[in-house]
Design a protein around this ligand. Structure first.
Ligand code: F0G
Length: 454
């Protein structure tokens, strides 16, 4: 048996609770069956997200102690700017408070009513920002990307023929930009290949369309390119990163995922693009040398980006996820394959086929798993979609319960506990019923909507 090896040791710990099932049931009631509304005190393993909860390294903590605080022109900001230049080869960097703030800036600058943003797959906050500015999202993932089980190494690839057809259909002038999500979030953390990005970039250049990379999940995607793409075997992680950035006009990221801290940023080589976006950073985020982040966070991101160039560091998450996916798969539990980044994804449509999509199977599964284990996952299915302009439900392509594996946080025995409880729940899946909304917010409803059993 191949056991993933941690190339780090634990030096600071936090005590966990495992409240009894009666308390977990009451907590679910209070939270309206929405795991976003649970309190950490009621949770044993928090597998909601990998955002802002990855472990920090000793080097990051040390750097945070020597940060240079000032409203304008801090040496700390220069350090991050220099690191971005070094890693992405991009001279212009705009700091923002987190990933969706970058999306706000991009959507406001490039989208107007009628614009289209073709992408491999949408993310919730990305789509919300594009649509709120009058634009529309077009998903051009390869067909195989939506097959829940597969052994295809790069299910996050964009379909190049679909991209060409989309640009021709809408006209290049109506394309705000093409967006590639490196490590697609909502379809199981599935990566794209470097070769696919090359082809996307070529099409964009031919038509004079901007290529924007959402690099929030770059760490995982780098690992998959390094280990799954034959042509990249001889490249270092740093070389792969640079090759990716060289193909894009803009790279933006949530540093809550990339760099292990808080914050985010927008990077570009073009002074012209930088000037178009700059004012919005000072309007919404803060001055250009902090953008809503504290200097301590900025220091941690600079170190975290450098650590992302270390294969030992970026392999931990994907290897732990693979362990969980393989164990569950072996025991007949429906999971997304091949294993991706971010987390292990349970396929709710096959897990509880008796719960129809109108009753939010992924949400129901999230509730049930928390009840039987104290493990908090996140619904990544129709609850996470937004209604269309006419107010009709938009059912998601996949109904997933995402069990995020934050980087360097959990031990293997904790993952084994989660696997054990999931297997039990699968054997007793007939106990699980559907859900309906009792409070449904208009925008990003999954964050604070409330549901009850049907
Ligand atoms: N893009 C991707 C691919 C993301 O995964 C996220 C966040 C964002 C943008 C937005 O960044 O949260 O810093 O504003 N994903 C988190 C998650 C929330 O749990 O999947 P943010």
């Amino acid at each position: 048996e191949q056991v993933p090896l941690e190339m780090h040791k634990v030096r600071i710990v936090q005590k966990l609770n495992l409240p009894p099932i009666e308390r977990r049931l009451a907590a679910l009631d209070e939270a309206g069956n929405n795991t976003f509304l649970l309190k950490n005190a009621d949770i044993y393993l928090d597998m909601l997200t990998d955002s802002g909860v990855n472990a920090m390294s000793d080097k990051q903590l040390a750097a945070m102690m020597e940060s240079d605080d000032s409203y304008a022109g801090s040496a700390t900001f220069t350090k991050l700017e220099t690191k971005i230049r070094d890693i992405f080869g991009m001279d212009y960097f705009l700091p923002v408070h987190q990933g969706r703030a970058a999306e706000n800036v991009l959507a406001r600058v490039f989208c107007r009513p009628g614009s289209v943003v073709p992408m491999n797959y949408h993310f919730t906050t990305t789509k919300a920002h594009i649509t709120v500015n009058g634009g529309a999202v077009e998903e051009l993932i390869i067909d195989a990307g939506l097959e829940v089980t597969s052994d295809l190494p790069f299910k996050g690839d964009m379909d190049i023929a679909k991209l060409e057809a989309s640009i021709t259909r809408h006209g290049a002038a109506n394309i705000a930009f093409v967006r590639v999500e490196t490590g697609t979030n909502l379809i199981g953390g599935q990566p794209h290949s470097l070769e696919n990005l090359r082809q996307v970039s070529k099409v964009c250049k031919q038509h004079g369309v901007l290529l924007v990379l959402d690099a929030s999940l770059l760490a995982d995607n780098l690992y998959f390119i390094k280990t799954r793409e034959q042509a990249c075997k001889g490249m270092s992680v740093r070389e792969i990163t640079r090759a990716i950035a060289d193909l894009c006009d803009i790279v933006y990221f949530s540093a809550r995922k990339l760099g292990c801290a808080r914050g985010g940023g927008i990077c570009t080589r073009s002074r012209d693009l930088y000037m178009k976006m700059r004012e919005l950073v000072t309007l919404f985020e803060g001055f250009l040398t902090y953008g809503g982040m504290s200097v301590r966070e900025i220091e941690a991101i600079a170190v975290g980006l450098e650590e992302t160039m270390d294969e030992d560091m970026i392999s931990q998450g994907p290897q732990f996820i693979k362990f969980m996916v393989d164990e569950l798969n072996r025991k007949g539990v429906p999971v997304i394959t091949p294993p991706g980044g971010l987390g292990c994804h349970l396929d709710a449509l096959r897990f509880i086929p008796h719960v129809p999509q109108t009753q939010y199977p992924a949400g129901a599964l999230a509730s049930a798993l928390f009840l039987v284990s104290g493990v908090r996952g996140m619904e990544r299915g129709s609850v996470s979609e937004q209604r269309d302009d006419q107010g009709n439900e938009v059912y998601s392509n996949m109904e997933l319960l995402r069990l995020a594996v934050p980087r360097r946080v959990f031990t293997l025995s904790q993952l084994k506990y989660a696997v054990d409880r999931i297997v039990w729940l699968h054997e007793n899946r007939d106990l699980i019923g559907g859900l309906r909304f009792v409070e449904e917010p208009k925008m990003l409803r999954f964050f604070f909507g409330k549901l009850v059993a049907t």
